[in-house]
Design a protein. Structure first.
Length: 136
């Protein structure tokens, strides 16, 4: 059976994403989703925003046994403008930290046996999952 992988991230339409970067981000997310669905992984994606009810997240976490949870959060607004073409995922921006912590803590509580993967860019999502599973 293929390893199950749940991606969790912010949608391109979120207010946390500057409007000038939304189109590029959406195209990148579409490419990532196509790549992951074409992989050998049982892949699904969950998009959250700070005002999303975390009941949605908890419900998704219990839908099946997830082997890997890949968490990707966009970077700060200023860095988006500087390096949006690279789509470097930073988790250390003030606006993103509370959501990132909440995601990590709920996954850790609900899925203590799942591995975490963190991509360094959207286009390197499969690489992050490969890396985590290879380390077993």
């Amino acid at each position: 059976m293929a390893p199950s992988v749940l991606g969790i991230g912010i949608p391109a339409t979120s207010d946390m994403v500057p409007w000038v970067a939304r189109g590029f981000l959406q195209r990148s997310l579409n490419t990532m989703e196509a790549d992951m669905k074409a992989s050998l992984y049982d892949w699904e994606m969950l998009y959250l925003t700070p005002d999303t009810s975390f009941d949605l997240c908890t419900t998704k976490l219990h839908e099946k046994k997830w082997d890997v949870v890949m968490v990707g959060i966009p970077q700060s607004r200023i860095l988006w403008l500087i390096s949006s073409m690279m789509l470097v995922g930073l988790r250390k921006t003030d606006a993103m930290i509370p959501l990132f912590e909440r995601i990590v803590n709920v996954v850790h509580t609900e899925l203590p046996d799942a591995k975490f993967a963190f991509n360094i860019s959207i286009v390197k999502t499969r690489e992050a999952v490969d890396r985590v599973l290879a380390s077993e």
